[in-house]
Design a protein around this ligand. Structure first.
Ligand SMILES: [Zn+2]
Ligand SMILES: [Zn+2]
Length: 147
């Protein structure tokens, strides 16, 4: 099940942090609510559903695997989140009806050429810590200007 995330610019750890809790455990600062995100496991499952590739291991790094990944097109409805939220009710979410939680599809199954290649986040199987991945990296759009 997806999880709620908060962003912290309080300076603890000397960098921006994303946590699954509203209050910084170090200094007690309140974070900025980011929203719901699929768990890493759910992202990995979605990756496999779309590409047919295992989410971990070397298969996805082969030329064939990369060629498949290059065909992915980001879902514009959820901006690759895989889920949608009720802007009026923070606790309400649902899997994206367009991509059904898969976040993207191959060969523009549902969207135009222009977003091809937009999915640039590191693939699951690499820990968030190693890649510097964060829930709202490169997805400013889905916040819709609200903050
Ligand atoms: Zn802090
Ligand atoms: Zn979607």
């Amino acid at each position: 099940m997806p999880e709620q995330w908060w962003r912290f610019d309080c300076g603890c750890k000397n960098r921006t942090q994303w946590l699954r809790q509203a209050v910084c455990p170090e200094c007690g600062a309140h974070g900025q609510y980011v929203g719901w995100q699929l768990t890493l496991e759910e992202k990995m499952a979605a990756f496999t559903r779309v590409t047919g590739l295992p989410a971990t291991g070397r298969a996805r790094m082969t030329p064939e695997g990369k060629a498949i990944q290059d065909r992915r097109v980001l879902c514009k409805l959820c901006m690759g989140k895989g889920l949608i939220e009720d802007p009026l009710d923070r606790d309400t979410w649902g899997y994206c009806p367009q991509c059904e939680g898969n976040r993207c599809a191959l060969d523009g199954d549902f969207f135009s050429e222009e977003v091809k290649g937009a999915l640039d986040e590191p693939m699951p199987g690499v820990s968030d810590e190693e890649t510097g991945w964060s829930p709202d990296r490169g997805t400013e759009d889905w916040r819709g200007g609200g903050s």
